[in-house]
Ligand binder design. Structure first.
Ligand code: IMP
Ligand code: MG
Length: 178
């Protein structure tokens, strides 16, 4: 596979679609086992998770619901800095088994806001599943319950992940050439 150029940066192949498929299949098996008969509600976080969600839920056999949320980031006051807010929650989470589906967890700032916000809706259980996890960048204490693939701190694109808007449509995952 050739390198790809997005804006001013070049990226080389890193995780191919076959490896992604394999990791998703394994994760779906675990979830199916843990959520048998619980009719889970999968909450995908846009935009990055759309391909992961589409592939994962087709491997999950049994009843489940799927919906999407989006994080909105805006400039707060001087003291609060950037404020992240959860947008688009329509379903009641009360007494539901909820699984957040993320494309990638880096510092954990995003997942922290998501967990703290969704906890207030009183789900019966709340877990996190992510396609990619950067354990060396992660700064929070919340457990990341399901990780399909652990990676280093390098910037990645493809399979839903973007670099300034580009690269989401790549079938494979690419790593930045520094
Ligand atoms: P966190 O809040 O630091 O955990 O970062 C989460 C968000 O940062 C992800 O949802 C992505 O949008 C973005 N992000 C972090 N690492 C990468 C990467 O390697 N490639 C593309 N986006 C990334
Ligand atoms: Mg994201």
């Amino acid at each position: 596979m050739p390198n790809v150029q997005l804006h001013d940066k070049s990226f080389r192949p890193f995780i191919n679609k076959g490896q992604i498929n394999e990791a998703i299949l394994k994760l779906a098996g675990k979830l199916q086992n843990d959520y048998e008969g619980k009719k889970p509600l999968f909450l995908g976080i846009l935009n990055g998770s759309f391909l992961f969600v589409a592939d994962l839920i087709r491997e999950f056999e049994g009843e489940c619901e799927v919906s999407f949320l989006r994080m909105a980031s805006y400039e707060g006051t001087e003291t609060t800095g950037k404020v992240n807010q959860v947008m688009g929650l329509k379903e009641s989470l009360k007494d539901r088994h909820v699984i957040i589906l993320e494309d990638i967890i880096d510092t954990g700032n995003t997942i922290e806001v998501l967990i703290e916000t969704l906890k207030k809706e009183n789900p019966k259980s709340l877990k996190v599943a992510t396609l990619l996890f950067k354990p060396n960048a992660y700064k929070k204490l919340y457990p990341i319950d399901y990780v399909a693939i652990s990676v280093g701190n390098e910037f990645l694109v493809g399979y839903g992940l973007d670099y300034d808007g580009l690269g989401r449509n790549l079938k494979d995952i690419y790593i930045i050439n520094e």
